[in-house]
Design a protein around this ligand. Structure first.
Ligand code: ZN
Length: 146
């Protein structure tokens, strides 16, 4: 379990105690709620998307260190990105946390690379991403795949 302790330590130091973009958003163009019943993680995600670009992103909620740190890191990485760039990053992040394989530059998300070794934690790490993806696609038809 030492690996898990290391994982937590890094995450707690970096983001759990001081999460980035942890706030409401008055001018959100899309929101979504996420819930991970296995762990009890809850998140509300806010997006401000204009012309296919994510101008602002924030979140609220409560959860374990991994879910909170993952959400915090996600917001810092995708703010300013296009929807297509965000989806590409999500796909690579998902591959990483389920297989351990890192494809291309994933920035600070690398801190979560060890999650794949703990299947019960994968949902904690991916909750914010799935919620963000739901917010993106639940409103205004912003799908840019295909
Ligand atoms: Zn959790």
């Amino acid at each position: 379990m030492d690996d898990l302790r290391d994982l937590y330590q890094q995450l707690i130091l970096d983001h759990n105690r001081n999460p980035q973009n942890f706030r409401d958003m008055q001018n959100a163009t899309a929101t979504a709620n996420g819930h991970n019943p296995l762990c009890g993680d809850e998140i509300k995600l806010f997006l401000n998307v204009e012309n296919d670009q994510i101008l602002d992103i924030s979140f609220k909620g409560s959860g374990c260190a991994i879910s909170k740190a993952s959400a915090s890191i996600m917001t810092t990485l995708i703010k300013g990105k296009t929807v297509a760039e965000t989806e590409s990053l999500f796909a690579r992040f998902h591959t990483m946390i389920t297989t351990g394989e890192i494809i291309g530059d994933i920035g600070k998300l690398a801190v979560l690379a060890g999650v794949y070794k703990f299947p019960s934690r994968v949902k904690c790490a991916s909750l914010s991403w799935h919620t963000m993806n739901n917010a993106l696609h639940g409103k205004e038809n912003l799908t840019t795949t295909e």
